[in-house]
Design a protein around this ligand. Structure first.
Ligand SMILES: NC(=O)c1ccc[n+]([C@@H]2O[C@H](COP(=O)([O-])OP(=O)(O)OC[C@H]3O[C@@H](n4cnc5c(N)ncnc54)[C@H](OP(=O)(O)O)[C@@H]3O)[C@@H](O)[C@H]2O)c1
Length: 258
């Protein structure tokens, strides 16, 4: 489908695998020009090499570092000359309940997925204002439906949803579109770890463990990264332009909250 994204320039964080890699693939297929950001790794280089060199820029950056955001924005402008979108997708948050997790685990969860993205959005904002561009924040269903073992990820995602609403108001006056997606369980390396853990804890094989996680989630199936990638492209395209401050649950029906 031609979504009108041909020649649009943007940054996708967490692009070395999983949902981020799928978002890049879909944006590039639509003619987008994309900076792939994650920490320095072979995965990041390989994900970049999958695409036509003219459409992608590999930009290793650890979002916890103070200058990462400005470097990403500067590298994108230097290579492609403008900035039309940011997809704030990177994230790591250790699973565990209150007593299992340390202060360092909390700080790590917020450093990458909350403060890292605030820095990036602040650095990108003047350029997005100039281009009339957009931001998609990839939060997570735990932001609306807390769980005992997802105490860090839930708090980080809730904070991002609040930030989305707040920035979307500023975006109305500045002409910047800001929306968030809450993925439910998506089949990525992160989900594979959950399956392996459930398999060990329950003493069942991986298929049975996945069935258990699916039932526990309440979703009708486990999602694929492409389910999220397609939605990101729609949001950033002219067709999604009336959405502002929207929090979209792309979670197979998991979220029952109004
Ligand atoms: N998969 C799910 O079921 C699910 C559900 C709800 C929400 N989400 C959210 O969706 C997003 C993507 O999830 P995913 O499953 O694709 O995760 P993933 O496979 O674990 O990938 C996370 C990405 O973030 C990058 N990243 C981590 N720490 C970073 C740092 N300090 N600086 C820069 N990049 C960093 C990773 O790259 P490097 O490690 O190579 O740096 C990787 O590219 C996350 O925000 C996650 O919370 C996922």
């Amino acid at each position: 489908m031609n979504l009108g994204l041909n020649g649009k320039v943007g940054i996708v964080t967490g692009a070395s695998r999983g949902i981020g890699a799928a978002i890049v693939a879909e944006l590039v297929a639509e003619g987008g020009l994309v900076t792939l950001a994650a920490r320095e790794s072979e995965d990041l280089r390989q994900q970049t090499a999958r695409h036509a060199a003219a459409q992608v820029l590999c930009c290793p950056a650890d979002l916890r570092e103070a200058d990462a955001a400005s470097r990403l924005v500067a590298a994108t402008l230097a290579r492609f000359g403008k900035l039309d979108f940011v997809v704030a997708n990177a994230g790591t948050a250790k699973m565990g309940d209150l007593l299992e997790l340390s202060d360092a685990d909390w700080q790590e969860g917020f450093a990458t997925k909350f403060f890292g993205h605030i820095s990036l959005i602040r650095a990108a904002w003047p350029h997005l204002r100039a281009s009339g561009g957009g931001i998609v924040v990839i939060a997570g269903s735990a932001g609306r439906t807390p769980s005992t073992r997802g105490v860090v990820t839930g708090a980080v995602n809730s904070a991002l949803l609040n930030l989305t609403k707040s920035l979307s108001a500023q975006g109305i006056s500045d002409g910047v579109q800001v929306n968030a997606i809450n993925p439910g369980p998506i089949r990525t390396a992160r989900f594979a770890e959950r399956v392996a853990r459930a398999s060990r804890n329950l003493g069942v094989d991986a298929i049975e463990a996945e069935r258990h996680l699916l039932k526990e989630s309440g979703a009708f199936r486990i999602g694929d990264p492409e389910d999220i990638a397609g939605l990101v492209c729609f949001l950033l395209s002219p067709r999604g332009r009336y959405l502002q401050g929207a929090i979209i649950d792309a979670d197979g029906g998991k979220t029952r909250t109004l």
